[in-house]
Design a protein. Structure first.
Length: 166
């Protein structure tokens, strides 16, 4: 079992590293890891199956890294693309090409408009929120999912800004 504990620790560390750059992806992988460990603790799966699932998760982490290259997106753009992609209807309605355009524009505009203390000043935060909503509306992003997507994008923007200023 020490092997699966070691694997779990490595994957946890990798997920924490990703939290500093790609919010949606890290949440997804964190949930998969948690579910695997939970099933093991409840004796729903055996040690061998845990190890197999941890290996599968590690492969998915590696595959996720190459996804940005395949889509022609920078790491920051991919992070916003993933935030947009959480809404299944947006993927079906808009498709990859439009989601990539939105992601690129979000990164560009956020970099232009964000100040170091933007998360503290409500007026600046409101300006960024309006900017994000305008971009989503410009590309006909499904309005039913916009509020949740805006929140996720703002959280990702905080991560991007911390990376820029840090």
């Amino acid at each position: 079992m020490w092997q699966s504990n070691f694997s779990k620790k490595l994957l946890n560390d990798e997920i924490r590293t990703r939290q500093k750059k790609r919010l949606v992806q890290s949440r997804s992988f964190e949930q998969m890891l948690h579910e695997t460990i939970h099933r093991y603790k409840n004796r729903a799966i055996e040690t061998v199956e845990v190890i197999e699932e941890l290996i599968k998760l590690a492969k998915e982490l590696r595959d996720a890294d190459s996804r940005g290259e395949e889509l022609g997106l920078t790491e920051a753009e991919l992070a916003f693309y993933e935030a947009l992609e959480v809404n299944d209807s947006s993927v079906k309605i808009l498709g990859d090409v439009v989601l990539r355009k939105i992601a690129r524009e979000l990164v560009e505009q956020i970099r232009k408009n964000v100040t170091i203390d933007w998360t503290v000043k409500e007026s600046v935060k409101a300006k960024i929120r309006v900017m994000v909503k305008r971009i989503l509306t410009k590309y006909n992003y499904p309005p039913d999912k916009q509020p949740k997507t805006v929140v996720t994008i703002l959280e990702q923007a905080e991560i991007l800004c911390a990376e820029i200023s840090g």
